[in-house]
Ligand binder design. Structure first.
Ligand code: SF4
Ligand code: SF4
Length: 184
């Protein structure tokens, strides 16, 4: 049966920190692509990739928005690589309470990279003229139980709202919305 198993494409973006010059083109295009309507505005605060920048120390670290974290870490690490010291949280992908990155500025809802769903190539990769972001693809057996991206996004959004307003208020609001829907 294994021969007939469905395949999925795993996309990986390789980040070369040494090649990033902090131009922020990736932040611009990501936020424009995800604006509503599409390309109507660009605001790096809405980008799903952020450049952790310290120009005086020549540090530019592209970081992708990953998972939502309810609480900040109790312990943090610092890294020294090739003689450069990187601050705690520099490489962290979490949308967490300790910083503003990876949060929708108006609602505070967590942002997560969706690999530019629907596009052939992630736009940040396309717009990076310095080859700091390189796309790689590989094939893997699909896991039938694996939840779809959209479902994961809904769960992350609901979890964030429940943390902010309390589960009871969210459940009440959904019940009211569903009643309204039935009446229409
Ligand atoms: S577009 Fe490339 S070089 Fe410019 S900030 Fe983004 S990752 Fe760095
Ligand atoms: S892959 Fe797309 S969604 Fe993800 S950070 Fe790059 S531009 Fe944004």
């Amino acid at each position: 049966m294994k021969g007939n198993q469905e395949k999925k494409i795993i996309k990986t973006i390789k980040i070369n920190v040494d090649k990033c010059n902090g131009c922020r083109a990736c932040e611009m295009i990501c936020s424009a692509f995800h604006a509503t309507p599409k390309y109507s505005s660009n605001n790096p605060a809405r980008s799903r990739i952020r450049i952790i920048r310290e120009p005086l120390r020549d540090l530019y670290v592209p970081v992708y928005a990953g998972e939502y974290a309810v609480a900040e870490c109790a312990g943090r690490d610092k890294y020294t690589i090739d003689g450069k010291e990187y601050d705690e949280c520099s490489f962290c992908r979490a949308s967490c309470p300790s910083r503003d990155e990876f949060k929708e500025p108006d609602s505070g809802l967590p942002l997560k990279c969706d690999m530019c769903e629907g596009e052939e190539e992630p736009l940040c990769v396309k717009w990076c003229m310095h080859d700091a972001l390189i796309l790689e693809e590989r094939e893997e057996d699909a896991d039938e139980q694996e939840p779809k991206n959209e479902q994961i996004d809904i769960e992350i959004g609901l979890e964030a709202l429940a943390d902010k307003f309390g589960l009871e208020k969210i459940t009440d609001a959904i019940a009211r919305m569903s009643q309204k829907d039935q009446l229409n």
